[in-house]
Design a protein around this ligand. Structure first.
Ligand code: GDP
Length: 195
């Protein structure tokens, strides 16, 4: 995919603010700090369009980035941030749940997990929920440059097993630092958009 134009559109706090132009949407889910902003920036070749997190967990908004006139990346608020109150978490859950279940232009969720660690309970719950509801999802293992190459297969196996990924499914290895996985990820996105 050749990105000619990428722009931040809106931090939406509710459905009334979602774009109306029906371009397909690709959402990014994952805990705070997993590398969502960095992945967006790498995918569109920009250093700083998506903010890299200064205050993890604070923003309860859907951040829309338009890519060419083709699609949106939608950065979901990071989950599993301990300092957010239970009430806030429940609100977060409802807001995101309705987006994921009801948003018609949503074509794919990229669920990010840090390749260094076994997926958390929140990661597991999120993945299981997406599968259960039939939301198309691909797992992206971020920060691949932080693990020695020889160790990577072992880490990917832990992710696959902890998430109980269906047979034939694999996490996609990604490094925003190196650009590793970028072309593969674009190819997968295109498959889900029928481009
Ligand atoms: P977000 O909260 O999910 O948006 O995470 P960020 O994109 O802000 O990344 C959190 C931290 O991890 C930042 O310090 C990034 O520089 C770092 N980071 C993100 N992706 C990578 C990566 O692929 N490699 C390395 N080495 N660091 C990364």
């Amino acid at each position: 995919m050749k990105v000619n134009q990428a722009e931040f559109v809106i931090s939406a706090v509710g459905p009334g603010q979602y774009p109306q132009d029906a371009l397909p949407e690709i959402a990014l889910a994952g805990r705070s700090n997993v590398g969502k902003s960095s992945l967006i920036n790498r995918m569109i070749n920009r250093k700083n369009l998506a903010r890299t997190s200064s205050q993890p967990g604070k923003t309860q908004t859907l951040n829309y980035y338009r890519i060419n006139q083709d699609l949106y990346f939608v950065d979901l608020p990071g989950y599993g941030y301990a300092k957010v109150s239970k009430t806030k978490r429940a609100e977060w859950g409802k807001f995101i749940e309705s987006y994921l279940l009801e948003r018609e232009p949503l074509k794919l969720v990229m669920q990010l997990v840090d390749v260094r660690h076994a997926p958390s309970k929140d990661d597991q719950a999120m993945y299981e929920w997406l599968l259960h509801h039939g939301v198309p999802v691909i797992v992206v293992a971020t920060k691949a440059d932080k693990v020695p190459k020889t160790q990577l297969p072992k880490h990917l196996k832990v992710i696959r097993e902890t998430l109980e990924m269906p047979k034939g499914q694999q996490p996609l290895l990604f490094s925003s630092e190196l650009g590793l996985g970028k072309d593969e990820l674009w190819a997968l996105i295109m498959q889900h958009l029928d481009f």
